[in-house]
Design a protein around this ligand. Structure first.
Ligand SMILES: Cc1cc2nc3c(=O)[nH]c(=O)nc-3n(C[C@H](O)[C@H](O)[C@H](O)COP(=O)(O)OP(=O)(O)OC[C@H]3O[C@@H](n4cnc5c(N)ncnc54)[C@H](O)[C@@H]3O)c2cc1C
Length: 393
């Protein structure tokens, strides 16, 4: 076997999934994660269609994912007084199986922690490639040599910046931002979500398995914001300013922002690259073709990690054979998923009262069974847009 010793940057979803498959094929894996511990925040993420479910099954985690599923019911659009305006059937938002992102990350991490060296609180500062390997330096740890380096470090990938160029060349912002925190379930929601809108703003409050907590998500349209991605207080302030005059329960939800420990904030953006491998370095998941919200990003990360590791195993570790096959298998699939994501912002935070009304009419149509089935099929089509090879077991 060539290239046995592999460094993965990022312990989100794609990173641990890569570690899982690579360990299974006999590679040695090290994962370096910038955060001090596994980042457990984030909203619920869903899997839909046979490709996603097949990979979860092949990983042996489908049952566990099912056991931890949110089992969300319908979501309800409310007006400022909290009265129902329209509702959205669960399958539309929640796919075939929906799970909290943090629970998923924990499940895959637990499956890999004995066979993988996880290094938290550190990150790569340079990558120098030679004919027979890669020399890597870290912000804190000693320099080390590896055979391959994989960037699974998300939308703002450090590996991408070091090897492929500045983020601004690849990151396309779609004009919306998303934030999320956990809050007390003060409305006693039971496996349901409430959605409230004002022009260019959307607030989603949902509670599922654990009725003592709810997750609050804030979506807003905005010209490009400039902020420090590592300054959480600054980001919290951006969110509270953006929602300062929004009605319904918003003020109460915002009051939990200062103490929130699982705050998530990002732009709704996509990574578009012609090639996401170079020499001995490859990008997997959001780092290479991120679609954020509504872009089936978690399913894409899971499927791509499987395809990447499978191709490397089939090529007996030879990256010169495996990388082009990985790129060929994933490029069109990822583009299809990204296309679906383009509409997420306007759907969650319509620009005007008329557009909110129109969106609610669409929700009403989706509540009729035949139409819901039709639209579900459309969204599942992109998720299924890949034929998975029978990689070694
Ligand atoms: C805390 C969190 C919450 C999220 N919540 C949502 C959500 O609510 N809705 C949504 O649509 N998507 C959310 N996402 C994004 C979603 O998880 C991804 O789109 C998808 O699951 C693909 O996963 P990924 O592993 O490619 O990227 P990610 O899940 O983003 O994982 C990337 C990992 O790399 C780490 N990292 C970043 N830079 C470096 C570096 N330089 N060196 C080492 N490690 C680095 C990050 O800390 C993170 O753990 C969230 C991501 C995170 C990290």
């Amino acid at each position: 076997m060539h290239n046995k010793n592999i460094l993965i940057s990022g312990a989100g979803i794609a990173g641990p999934a890569l570690a899982y498959w690579l360990n299974r094929y006999g590679f040695t894996t090290t994962v370096v994660e910038r955060a001090r511990a596994l980042r457990e925040g984030g909203q619920a993420v869903d899997f839909r269609g046979e490709a996603h479910l097949t990979v979860l099954r092949r990983m042996g985690i489908l049952e566990e994912v099912h056991a931890m599923r949110t089992a969300m019911g319908d979501q309800v659009v409310v007006n400022a007084e909290g009265r129902k305006v329209a509702s959205l059937p669960s399958g539309f938002m929640s796919g075939d199986v929906e799970i909290h992102r943090g629970d998923l990350s924990r499940i895959i991490h637990d499956r890999t922690k004995d066979g993988t060296e996880y290094v938290f609180g550190d990150w790569i500062t340079s990558i120098t490639e030679s004919a027979d390997g890669v020399h890597v330096t870290f912000a804190h740890g000693e320099p080390r040599d590896f055979d391959l380096v994989l960037g699974a470090d998300g939308l703002h990938s450090g590996v991408r910046a070091l090897v492929f160029g500045d983020e601004s060349r690849f990151l396309h912002e779609l004009g919306y931002y998303v934030a999320g925190i956990s809050v007390p379930n003060h409305l006693d929601l039971d496996r349901t979500g409430l959605i409230y809108n004002e022009p260019n703003r959307g607030v989603l409050l949902a509670s599922d398995r654990d009725r003592s907590v709810a997750s609050a998500a804030f979506f807003f349209a905005s010209p490009r914001l400039s902020y420090d991605r590592h300054d959480v207080d600054q980001q919290k302030k951006l969110v509270s300013d953006a929602f300062a005059h929004v009605g319904w329960e918003t003020r109460r939800l915002l009051s939990h922002l200062p103490d929130a420990t699982d705050f998530y904030f990002d732009s709704i953006a996509q990574i578009r690259m012609d090639r996401f491998t170079k020499g001995r370095v490859a990008l997997v998941g959001d780092a290479g073709y991120g679609a954020t919200l509504g872009g089936l990003g978690t399913g894409l990360a899971i499927v791509s990690a499987h395809v990447f590791a499978g191709e490397l195993a089939l090529a007996n570790g030879d990256h010169r054979v495996a990388f082009p096959r990985y790129v060929e298998a994933i490029t069109d699939y990822a583009r299809g998923c990204q296309k679906v994501a383009g509409n997420a912002g306007p759907f969650l935070a319509p620009a005007t009262r008329a557009k909110i009304w129109q969106r609610n009419q669409t929700y009403r149509m989706l509540s009729s069974r035949p139409l819901a089935g039709f639209f579900n099929k459309l969204s599942t089509k992109a998720a299924n847009g890949i034929t998975l090879r029978n990689y070694p077991g």
